[in-house]
Design a binder for this molecule. Structure first.
Ligand SMILES: [Fe+2]
Ligand SMILES: [Fe+2]
Length: 152
């Protein structure tokens, strides 16, 4: 498998995003548990695992291409301290993921293998966003403004 530098950069950018998303979901799982919302905690924990699995798929592609994983730290996505904030932060992350994979797909239009990788990830991020919207139950993924809030 070969790819131009611009496509390598998209793989690395997506990898950083996935690590940031996994970190956010793991931290939000702990916060939700602390809020006593075990269902939300489980949802966030499972989401963290799924984002880490995405990171591993991207890392495998970079290894296959003989490319590095990219430098720098993953961005620190915000961590909510109430149910409403947790759902809103997660929705922002999933919307960002969809945009990242749309950009990646445009950048690798000529490469069937990478299109399959990015296309699959794009579809899964769209599913994450739909799942989150269903979870929030109000169509905005912001959730109802109820529940306790914990000061960080
Ligand atoms: Fe992801
Ligand atoms: Fe996601």
């Amino acid at each position: 498998m070969r790819a131009p530098p611009s496509v390598i950069a998209w793989l690395q950018r997506a990898l950083q995003h996935e690590f940031a998303a996994a970190r956010q979901f793991a931290l939000q799982a702990s916060m939700a548990r602390r809020l006593g919302d075990s269902a939300l905690a489980r949802f966030c924990s499972e989401s963290a695992q799924e984002e880490l699995e995405h990171a591993q798929r991207l890392a495998a592609a970079l290894i296959d291409l003989g490319a590095g994983f990219g430098g720098g730290a993953a961005p620190a996505y915000p961590v909510g301290s109430s149910r409403q904030q947790i759902l809103a932060a997660a929705a922002a992350t999933e919307r960002h993921a969809v945009a990242v994979y749309e950009g990646a797909l445009r950048a690798c239009a000529a490469d069937g293998e990478l299109r399959a990788l990015f296309g699959g990830l794009h579809a899964e991020e769209c599913e994450h966003l739909d799942k989150l919207r269903r979870w929030a139950g109000d169509g905005s993924a912001a959730g109802a403004p109820h529940g306790r809030r914990i000061e960080p």
